[in-house]
Design a protein. Structure first.
Ligand code: BYC
Length: 474
């Protein structure tokens, strides 16, 4: 399964043996590059960036590091190796052979899932395109660009499936993936979070921690798919995704560490004094966390979803880590949901397990999110402070599902719209918070130098020192 870098499109799918497909993808390639130039990272296209590139898909040594100009990054098509014994792992056809081609009756649904997944990848690049100028260090600048080129590659992953398995419809969808744009009034991206602007690095770290983690869980669900090429693509994407979440996790950790240093130096926990010293007070970190976590919760869809039930029944999309469950058919089980009853309390309702798959996945996601919070809180505790970061309730600030538009406290207690409005800016970033965070966003582009609002990372990339010249600017 070594990757062929001789072809115009690097791949490990023997693309050269299918001339029609190869030509169609080579036709899409310049469109992608044009999109990258217009809507990819602004102004850094001639910089030499210390990037990793996939060289093989096995666990050992899949990556090689070196300086690359982003437009010359070798975006390509990499699928995990095929397991000839792989069987359908869930749903009505449990135990049968997986599909190498798409059964006709599932074509439209699978296309929709692949397009929705594919749409998020370029969207995130568009959202982050202005961040290069305000990077807190060259180390961070490099990480931003690594995330961006890999999201570009994830778009390639989905476009390959569209071209290879969906004929003309798929090619048209691939074109449209470059036509919708994040935040565009006429042609926005499909899912809400991917139309939110990311103007500052605190948002970027929250996005890579919380929203990329939604990516992890959605990809894990699709990695269970009976459509084998989709499963194999997602398996490899997951290995790339891990670094993105690392960027978010360590980014927030470094922000917190720097704030604690300032709190210690000045012997204060007063947000105003901390801001005057150029750091980000912990309540503000909490507000940004609330915003991005709740937005990411929406990405799992409604608690009750007949779409999710049929994805599961038909073997299109499973639960993340399906093997950990005892019952892979899930036809006789039920799930208890907590729903708003319209009069300020929550009521319970039992629904069939298959209809609750979005909620099952969301719950696994929330547990995974908590790991980072524990780590950050340990740092705060060690520094002798009682403040703790916390995840708001799944009911808070929702735009999708049963709790959409229901005002609650961050703890999930239903309140009136007036009460919500009165407290909103204690819970979510307000204009003053955003203006303050933006005032900190001054690019630091000298090797080893770090903006004053963030601590240096504990180590560099690929065993290089932190003060390595990760991006050579010209
Ligand atoms: N915003 O039955 P429901 C990533 C729509 S992130 C707007 O509950 P379903 C990444 C929904 O599409 C991972 N609309 O939905 C991260 C449906 O519309 P249609 C992305 C929303 O189908 C960082 C309608 O509401 N992966 O990879 O059960 C950087 C009814 O809803 C939203 C995928 O998306 C929303 N938040 O579940 C880069 C995986 N939520 O179809 C990348 C593929 C729902 O009736 N997608 N709607 O017009 C899916 O599995 C499903 O489409 C969803 C929704 C889980 C998203």
């Amino acid at each position: 399964m070594s990757i062929n870098y001789q072809d115009r499109i690097p791949n490990n799918v023997d693309l050269g043996s299918n001339r029609t497909l190869q030509r169609a993808l080579e036709h899409w390639q310049p469109e992608f590059l044009k999109w990258w130039e217009e809507l990819g990272p602004k102004d850094f296209q001639v910089a030499d960036v210390y990037l990793r590139t996939a060289t093989s898909v096995d666990a050992k040594g899949w990556a090689t590091y070196g300086y690359v100009r982003m437009p010359e990054y070798r975006w390509g098509i990499f699928l995990n190796e095929r397991d000839p014994n792989r069987r359908i792992g869930f749903g009505d056809s449990y135990g049968q052979e997986v599909w190498q081609q798409i059964p006709g009756e599932y074509r439209a649904t699978l296309r929709r899932l692949i397009v929705t997944q594919g749409d998020t990848e370029p969207a995130s690049v568009e959202q982050q395109r202005m961040l290069g100028h305000t990077a807190p260090s060259l180390y961070d600048l490099r990480n931003l660009f690594q995330v961006n080129v890999e999201e570009g590659r994830h778009l390639w992953a989905m476009v390959y499936l569209l071209h290879a398995y969906f004929g003309r419809d798929g090619r048209e969808e691939a074109e449209e993936l470059l036509e919708r744009h994040s935040g565009d009034a006429d042609k926005p991206r499909i899912l809400g979070t991917f139309n939110e602007p990311i103007r500052d690095w605190l948002s970027f770290f929250m996005f890579t921690y919380f929203t990329d983690r939604d990516g992890k869980f959605q990809l894990k669900s699709l990695a269970e798919s009976s459509f084998d090429p989709l499963a194999r693509t997602c398996q490899f994407m997951l290995t790339e995704e891990a670094h993105h979440m690392f960027v978010g996790d360590t980014g927030i950790n470094r922000v917190v560490r720097r704030t604690l240093e300032v709190m210690k130096e000045l012997n204060t926990d007063d947000p105003k004094t901390i801001r005057n010293a150029g750091a980000i007070d912990l309540p503000t970190v909490q507000k940004y966390l609330n915003f991005w976590f709740t937005s990411s919760l929406d990405l799992f869809g409604s608690e009750t979803s007949s779409n999710a039930a049929s994805y599961f029944a038909n073997g299109l999309k499973g639960r993340p880590d399906e093997a950990q469950y005892d019952d892979h058919v899930a036809i006789e089980q039920s799930f208890t949901l907590e729903l708003p009853d319209g009069s300020g309390v929550a009521r319970s309702e039992q629904i069939p397990m298959r209809n609750a798959m979005n909620e099952v996945t969301r719950s696994s996601y929330v547990r995974d999110c908590e790991i980072g919070l524990k780590r950050w809180n340990r740092v705060i505790e060690k520094a002798g402070h009682t403040f703790r970061l916390s995840l708001p309730s799944k009911r808070f600030r929702r735009s999708i599902g049963n709790w959409a538009g229901v005002p609650t406290t961050p703890e999930g207690a239903p309140i009136s719209a007036e009460q919500f409005a009165a407290h909103k800016h204690e819970w979510l970033p307000g204009e003053a918070d955003r203006a303050y965070i933006m005032s900190l966003m001054q690019g630091v582009h000298q090797p080893g130098k770090m903006a004053a609002w963030i601590a240096p990372p504990e180590r560099g990339i690929n065993n290089n020192p932190v003060d390595y010249e990760y991006v050579k600017l010209h």
